[in-house]
Design a protein around this ligand. Sequence first.
Ligand code: SF4
Ligand code: SF4
Length: 136
Amino acid sequence: MSWSWLPISSLVTRSALSKPVTRLYPFERRTPYARTRGHILFKVDNCNFCTICAHKCPTDAIVANKKDKTWAIDYSLCILCGNCVEDCREGCITLSNDPHPPMLAKEIWSVRKDYEAPPPPESPKVVLPGKDSHPS
Ligand code: SF4
Ligand code: SF4
């Protein structure tokens, strides 16, 4: 009688009894590392709409308009290169280590100076099954 099935059977038993090594993302989220490139945050207070960030963005994710005093970012285009963070002389843009939640559609966040800004996506939402919690 061959006992060659023993190693594989012990492996199958161990796999069946152990906890899964993967997470059920996005319901279970791992704590981001300190240097994780998560998503872009913007504060309009010091922005002078010089448009440097828009010109340095390799994917045209940022649109800044001096005349309208508006600044917008398309999160679906941003590749988190950090150019805009480095090149903004006013320190308006930062890179959060909290990853942006999965996008179900194009997400553009825009703000206009002197007007009440919508809250930036500092705490990404988790989409629960059966609940439409996608940001509009
Ligand atoms: S965020 Fe910074 S670089 Fe971009 S338009 Fe405003 S001041 Fe200029
Ligand atoms: S991080 Fe890079 S890709 Fe994203 S908005 Fe800034 S410059 Fe553009």
